[in-house]
Ligand binder design. Sequence first.
Ligand code: SF4
Ligand code: FES
Length: 274
Amino acid sequence: MSEPAMPTERTAPEPAAPEPAAPEPAASEQPGDDRSIVRLRLSRRKQSDRKVHFEDFELPVDPESTVLDALLEVRRKLDPSLVVRHACMHGSCGACGVRGDGRETLACVTPLNPRRGHAIEVEPLAGQRPIADLAVDMVDFAARMAEVDLPLVRTVEPANVAELPEGIRWLTRFENCIECGLCLSACPVSGSDPKYIGPAALAAGARVVAEPRGRDVGPVLALAGEPDSVWRCRDVMECSAVCPAAVEPGTAVISLRRRIAGERLGRLLGRRQA
Ligand code: SF4
Ligand code: FES
């Protein structure tokens, strides 16, 4: 087996290598070993560090490895100080969100696909306070979700009829939210305006409005109608593109905005007619 290289600090970013039409896997040099050599360029920063820097690691991995498998292998074999969050290992807890080669992703369900000469760059999610290395503090994110106060328990009796309400497919998609924060990281408005409540909380708000479960939706609509809320969204839809649970938060924001605009217009016209 080839000796794993020691981590080295990156001093200057290398120009991106042209993408080969059919990526050639980097094979391990050990005879009979079907593992591939993967190169990782990891964002590093401890709380005492003033700046983020990158460190390169190289190690053999099994063909079916995920990004999280490789990160944990780095921690086991090369650098036990690497900080990375994870829990369920199967894409349902939302803990392992990172940016891999600049794209928000759940590390535990993202295949590595190592390619010869390519170092996979892994960074923490954007838009949330970094803790160390690849881990971010999700407290602000959770506080925004709590503002919407999506009820976990119905306050009204469920209907006896077992018919699917109109639009159930959309509602089902929102139930899939795993609160991973990928949408917040990918959203260009969240990146430039920390006061923007963000796509996940607005999607939760749209969910409450669509199925109130006995709640007064007035406070949710008022929250969503504030200046730093639905009006700040620019319909870029990156949130929907990266969402691993098909929640489509971008569509939810647009639906909320339409609802609020419609109510405001209705009030205005009502006043004029009175
Ligand atoms: S809406 Fe999607 S991307 Fe955003 S927190 Fe929920 S599951 Fe994650
Ligand atoms: S570890 Fe739970 S979603 Fe990745």
